[in-house]
Design a protein around this ligand. Structure first.
Ligand code: ZN
Length: 221
């Protein structure tokens, strides 16, 4: 796991007519290990053979390529501009984006887990375009993951890059490796949370976050 790299000055003033003063822009890229698609296709064909299937059969002929492409897409994070704005109004209450879709790949079984994230921050000197909270979730979700680490990474990244007074992240997700195999508990959801700054230290703010996120006092429904 490589840390996201920031390219370009941050924050850099945008020039041009109508650009708000103090507009901060950060190009976010998340370097990944290089992928070898032909090798992935060969490996999928080998896996099919090992499972007693014939990858040369008419129905499976394109499957290795499709599987390799699908994993490549699922493991490629977005690149985006993270635009921040000065908190001129001195807004000092929680900003929360609820029900951000999450889809990721469990690193233990290479099966998807999917659900929603609720992401909140308590602004400091800058605020963030709301759609960008979803992009930050996607940045870390498109990787081989465990839900606990994904939750921590989203919270840590926001704390480090936005320097808010606090951050709260709750993720609720269903893991296909639990629903389809193993304990076979369809519909059961795993809930994780990560807190930083004031949300971690102050019980009242923490409770407000969990109430707004709809997850109850302790992060549980
Ligand atoms: Zn799993």
């Amino acid at each position: 796991m490589t840390a996201p790299e920031q390219v370009g000055p941050a924050p850099a003033p945008r020039t041009g007519p109508g650009a708000p003063a103090g507009h901060g822009r950060l190009r976010v890229v998340h370097p990944r290990p290089a992928m070898d698609l032909p090798a992935a296709e060969r490996a999928v064909a080998d896996l099919l053979r090992a499972l007693g299937r014939d990858p040369a059969s008419v129905h499976l002929a394109d499957t290795p390529r499709r599987v390799a492409d699908a994993y490549a897409e699922l493991l490629t994070g977005p690149q985006f501009d993270l635009t921040t704005f000065p908190n001129d109004e001195g807004y000092d209450e929680l900003v929360l984006a609820r029900d951000i879709p999450v889809q990721s790949l469990c690193e233990h079984h290479l099966l998807p887990f999917r659900g929603v994230a609720h992401v909140a921050y308590l602004p400091g000197s800058r605020i963030l375009g709301l759609s960008k909270l979803a992009r930050v979730v996607e940045l870390f979700a498109r990787d081989l993951q465990v839900q606990e680490r994904l939750t921590q990474q989203v919270a840590g990244w926001l704390q480090d890059n936005l320097a808010p007074r606090g951050v709260g992240v709750v993720i609720e997700a269903e893991h296909l490796c639990m629903s389809l195999r193993g304990v076979r508990a369809p519909g059961s959801r795993t809930l994780t949370s990560a807190l930083r700054g004031v949300l971690r230290e102050d019980a009242r703010t923490r409770q407000e976050f969990f109430a707004l996120a709809g997850t109850g006092r302790d992060g549980l429904r």
